[in-house]
Design a binder for this molecule. Structure first.
Ligand code: UN1
Length: 486
């Protein structure tokens, strides 16, 4: 059942000519999910030229016509949700239920943008001059480079590619090379839905291919989700070329649990935020701040639940948490945990490698909770992108909000309280792009803006109406009749 990796250039599926590429199951790395060869930087030119050649007629098509294709791609994705969700679990390592959920979410995103033709397309303003109206219309940017991460191998590509396409852009897409199979599935759905040749090009490869896309003179804009370091380099390269960039990067998202919270709800939601998708979400809860009145009770129960999580093969129905993506992630998360203990953090649960044969053979990390003693620790500041939760206690709500803001990042946060006044204070004081009141820090709906404050993101936000800000530019039209004096 190994799938062959191919690339989509100008409407044709072609094998790669670069290094061999094996997409392996992170739960059992000897199992190959897909195999083939990487694209090479020399393929980038063909892909960009194809996207450039397709751009004018794609942009000229009515938005409703483009939307029809996205809607039918959504149906194809939905029809395949079970099968592709299982493939996603095998390739990425999140549980099968999450995999299927993510595939359905990709369909929902395609459907949301597929209906964009039915929504307001621009604005109209009054003019200070008689006989004139001022319109603000939208135009596509041209060829968009799309660079996507491993952790949502179909949903994040959908939420970048669907708006890019609906607003009339064409795309050259490079997914993370750890998840080629799900990239191929999305591209298949879009081509089967009738996308013209060259409108979407898929090149699977390493960072050399990504860099070549960003640097290609035929690329008019770049959208990226991934690590902070890479995002900043891409944004800098784009700025040097004078093209817009959108970079969605790190998070060190706090859950704040106040004394008056519904403890059961907070426990359940913090568990989901910290450990779903093995903590590999930019919106995952990686910091927990608990006020003193409930801290002992809350942390004891949380540690117990984390220790009881069923960690194992993500395709097994009973599994609640799978492995991390690869050996490099396994190593860097493990060293992050080790550094935390060296820096004085107390391990409340986890922190040890698995000794049993099944899990020792895969990239598994135990759900880990460490409590900091007040001293500075890297685990409080650095994004580990794994199932690791760093805890601090706070004397009261004010101190807790200050701690939540104690990060260079500001992607998301969660606050647990039943006191409306406290919740409203959190809205005012916690500096994040996404705030959850009494729900976990992860999650995003297609029709509302998604993105971070502070150093979590660069450029316009994603999703909903915000996506239009990035994927189009405006033309302000001063409109008068053509007759003198009329
Ligand atoms: C979510 O919280 O469900 O890479 C989505 C990420 C984010 C998407 C999070 N860009 O994790």
């Amino acid at each position: 059942m190994t799938v062959t990796i191919e690339h989509l250039i100008d409407g044709r599926w072609v094998p790669g000519t670069g290094d061999a590429l094996f997409s392996v199951n992170p739960a059992q790395p000897s199992l190959i999910v897909a195999q083939g060869s990487n694209a090479r930087t020399s393929d980038v030119d063909a892909a960009v030229r194809a996207a450039g050649a397709a751009a004018a007629s794609w942009a000229a098509a009515p938005m409703h016509q483009r939307g029809t294709m996205l809607l039918s791609a959504a149906d194809i994705v939905d029809r395949n949700a079970e099968a592709w969700g299982l493939e996603l679990a095998r390739e990425e390592g999140k549980t099968k239920a999450e995999g299927i959920g993510e595939v359905r979410r990709a369909a929902q995103i395609l459907r949301y943008y597929g209906n964009e033709g039915d929504r307001q397309a621009g604005q109209i303003f009054s003019s200070p001059r008689a006989g004139e109206q001022i319109l603000v219309t939208r135009k596509p940017l041209g060829v968009v480079g799309v660079i996507t991460p491993f952790n949502f191998p179909i949903a994040i590509p959908a939420w970048k590619i669907a708006p890019a396409l609906i607003y009339g852009n064409t795309v050259v897409w490079k997914p993370a090379s750890t998840v080629p199979l799900l990239a191929i599935r999305l591209a298949q759905a879009l081509t089967e839905a009738g996308l013209p040749e060259g409108v979407l090009n898929l090149l699977i490869g390493g960072s050399d291919v990504g860099n070549a896309i960003v640097d290609h003179p035929g690329i008019d804009a770049v959208t990226f989700t991934g690590s902070t370091g890479v995002g900043r380099r891409i944004a800098a390269a784009a700025a040097a070329r004078g093209i817009p960039a959108q970079a969605e990067m790190g998070g060190k998202n706090a859950a704040v649990v106040l004394d008056d919270a519904d403890i059961e709800l907070a426990l359940e939601q913090v568990m989901l935020g910290a450990f779903r998708s093995t903590g590999q979400k930019c919106t995952a809860t990686s910091r927990l701040i608990v006020t003193d009145g409930i801290a002992d009770e809350f942390l004891a129960e949380l540690a117990e639940r984390a220790a009881a999580l069923a960690v194992g093969d993500p395709t097994d129905d009973a599994t609640q948490m799978g492995p991390v993506i690869n050996d490099a992630a396994h190593q860097s998360i493990s060293s992050g945990i080790e550094a935390a203990t060296t820096q004085g953090a107390a391990v409340l649960t986890g922190g040890q490698p698995y000794a049993d044969e099944v899990r020792a053979g895969g990239y598994f990390i135990a759900p880990t909770i460490v409590e900091l003693n007040g001293a500075p620790a890297d685990v409080w500041t650095d994004e580990l992108f794994g199932p690791v939760l760093a805890v601090r206690r706070a004397a009261d709500a004010e101190a807790a909000f200050d701690m939540a803001n104690d990060s260079e990042f500001g992607l998301s946060a969660a606050i647990f309280t039943q006191d409306l006044t406290r919740a409203l204070q959190a809205v005012e004081q916690i500096d994040v792009g996404v705030l959850h009141v009494n729900s976990e820090s992860a999650g995003a709906d297609p029709h509302v803006p998604f993105g971070g404050a502070k150093k979590s993101g660069l450029g316009p936000k994603e999703q909903g109406g915000a996506a239009r800000e990035f994927f189009t530019h405006t033309t302000t039209v001063y409109l008068r009749g053509g007759q003198a004096g009329a």
